[in-house]
Design a protein around this ligand. Structure first.
Ligand code: ZN
Length: 188
């Protein structure tokens, strides 16, 4: 009687192929319990956008500071006009001020991180070894099935987001979180 039911065993001894189920493995680095691959194994490729042209980060910073100051001056004279007639441009100056602040903050972040998600649709801002700013996209080859993978910035709207390579053939299971520090530097 005890030998019945061979065919219906499931669960504990099943083989979990793929990622995400490595409970019990001794390697346990915070939330990241996935296998890791080297850039060579994944064949990571950087695709420069904008023709591969770089912007000098000093110029972007200077642009941000000057535009930011000009926006504040513009905002001031719109709210407190010399002629006594109230202007109607505050939204424009607010907008340009915000753009300027984003430019300054982005450059400051890139100086530390070298790599930052940029706008949408899988574009990334990178800083080269001489301080130039570049826009790149990243592709890789899926180590499980050999399909193309694209680097995307994914996660909950409010929560932390990760830069993750996602397989075109199996986007739900074939995913790899990118550690941007493994990427080769852009030499200028
Ligand atoms: Zn795949």
């Amino acid at each position: 009687m005890s030998t019945e039911n061979h065919g219906t065993q499931n669960g504990d001894n099943s083989l979990n192929v793929g990622v995400g189920d490595f409970r019990g493995a001794s390697l346990n680095i915070s939330h990241n319990q996935r296998p890791t691959f080297t850039p060579e194994q994944m064949n990571i490729q950087r695709h420069p956008s904008l023709g591969g042209r770089g912007l000098k980060s000093e110029r972007v910073s200077a642009f941000g500071v000057i535009t930011g100051l000009a926006s504040l001056v513009g905002l001031y004279f719109t709210l407190f006009p010399l002629s006594g007639k109230s202007g109607s441009w505050p939204p424009l100056f607010m907008f340009s001020f915000i753009i300027a602040m984003i430019a300054v903050v982005t450059v400051a972040v890139l100086r530390r991180r070298k790599f930052e998600h940029f706008l949408g649709a899988g574009y990334y801002l990178e800083m080269g070894d001489q301080g130039g700013l570049y826009v790149s996209r990243f592709m890789a080859v899926c180590p499980w099935c050999g399909s193309n993978m694209q680097l995307r910035h994914v996660g909950p709207k409010e929560g932390p987001r990760d830069d993750r390579f996602i397989c075109e053939r199996n986007p739900s299971q074939h995913t790899i979180d990118l550690d941007p520090t493994v990427l080769p530097e852009i030499e200028e």
